[in-house]
Design a protein around this ligand. Structure first.
Ligand code: ADE
Length: 249
């Protein structure tokens, strides 16, 4: 396995590069790709920046230039279901581009001329991710944050969920917008801005992929503040815990 590891922001991957053995750096397309060994797994880590185009370009480069055989996207997301709370982990079963609308020519959400609206994540990768996330939640998460930090983020005991993630070129910070998405996409658990773009590229190249997201906010009017606070203080600890367990089972 040669694993491509993508996050959108530096704060979502902080500390990961320091764990890579024999790292080799290469810059192309305004991004730095770092290849090395993590446990027994060969990894290429990269920051995509925000949004679907950035994520798609990054995934394509990982596949075509670096020859990765699997892709994992890790980062944060907004909660889109009542059972999902800040600090929980969502593993994608499938991903949809919530801003794709070529109706009346194609059904809502369907990618024109590809005939797919929801891209299924790889079941084996996702099961391995779920095991890593569950071990992280049981072993690390309880001591990861102080009591003060937990109450500042209104966090309860973290849970791991498996379900639909929607991506779009829009930060969701409105309860009305979120309610509309929830109505249009039954079973939706989380919203973010990159996963379904990586999913489309992997579908087109026939590559297995997985997406794991930690919930940073409730995608409502409080989201911009909650998101920034979570990203600055917590997000990378989740990535490190989950990815190291994934790579060193
Ligand atoms: N990533 C984290 N929170 C998000 C939100 N509310 N909308 C879109 N992407 C996000």
């Amino acid at each position: 396995m040669h694993l491509g590891l993508i996050s959108a922001m530096e704060q979502e991957q902080t500390g990961l590069l320091a764990l890579l053995q024999s790292p080799r750096r290469e810059t192309c397309g305004m991004r730095e790709y770092v290849t090395g060994m993590l446990g027994g797994t060969r990894c290429t880590c990269v920051l995509s920046r925000w949004g679907k185009v950035a994520a798609a370009a990054t995934a394509t480069m990982l596949i075509e230039r670096f020859g990765v055989t699997h892709i994992l996207f890790t980062g944060v997301a907004g909660a889109a279901s009542r059972g999902v709370a800040v600090g929980d982990i969502v593993i994608a079963s499938s991903l949809v581009q919530h801003d794709m609308d070529a109706s009346p020519f194609f059904p809502r959400f369907e990618i024109p001329l590809l005939g797919v609206a929801q891209f299924a994540a790889d079941a084996t990768l996702s099961e391995r991710l779920a095991r890593a996330a569950q071990r992280f939640v049981e072993q690390d998460a309880p001591t990861l944050l102080s009591a003060d930090e937990r109450s500042a983020f209104s966090m309860r005991e973290a849970r791991v969920h498996h379900g639909i993630i929607a991506s779009g070129d829009q930060f969701i910070g409105s309860q009305a917008r979120l309610d509309m998405l929830r109505e249009q996409l039954p079973g939706l658990l989380a919203v973010e801005m990159e996963g379904a773009a990586v999913a489309q590229v992997c579908h087109e190249f026939g590559l297995p992929f997985g997406v794991v997201r930690t919930i940073s906010d409730d995608a409502n009017e409080h989201a911009p503040v909650d998101f920034m606070r979570f990203v600055e203080r917590v997000a990378s600890r989740y990535t490190l815990g989950i990815v190291t367990r994934f790579c060193m089972p």
